[in-house]
Design a binder for this molecule. Structure first.
Ligand SMILES: [Zn+2]
Length: 137
């Protein structure tokens, strides 16, 4: 089986600073997919964007697309497409494992801010993760 590697870069998106990151699908089978992250974003945001783009790569690999560009704004979550929701779900699941989250929330008496700091993600990521866990019980 061929190893599936992804190359990750951080760069300044001078003319497109609204973009958090993007995934570039390989043009040939010998090429690796590349994920570019906006260097000017805070670390926790870059981490989530990386996990989100990985989600797109794993879940939505498409021969027809060259790029997938993302601006992950939680306030716009009602406008999200199914694929964006899936990639966010993938990222939250990867960064915030269920068992560890339950244990951290138990120890902190449900302190979402503490959990966000523990996992190095934003509060909305923890809130959404809890919401999804309750939905999929
Ligand atoms: Zn996306």
């Amino acid at each position: 089986m061929q190893r599936r590697c992804v190359e990750v870069f951080e760069s300044k998106f001078i003319k497109h600073d609204n973009i958090d990151g993007f995934l570039e699908y390989p043009k040939k089978s010998t090429e690796r997919p590349k994920i570019y992250l906006n260097k000017d974003r805070p670390t926790q945001r870059k981490k989530f964007t990386l996990a989100h783009e990985l989600g797109h790569f794993i879940l939505h690999n498409s021969a027809k697309r060259k790029y997938r560009i993302d601006n992950l704004d939680y306030s716009q979550s009602n406008k999200e497409t199914k694929e964006e929701t899936d990639a966010n779900y993938f990222a939250a699941t990867l960064l915030v494992p269920e068992k560890k989250l339950r244990s951290i929330l138990g120890l902190s008496k449900g302190d979402i801010e503490f959990a966000a700091e523990y996992f190095g993600v934003s509060k909305p990521v923890i809130e959404n993760r809890i919401k999804w866990l309750q939905k999929n019980k």
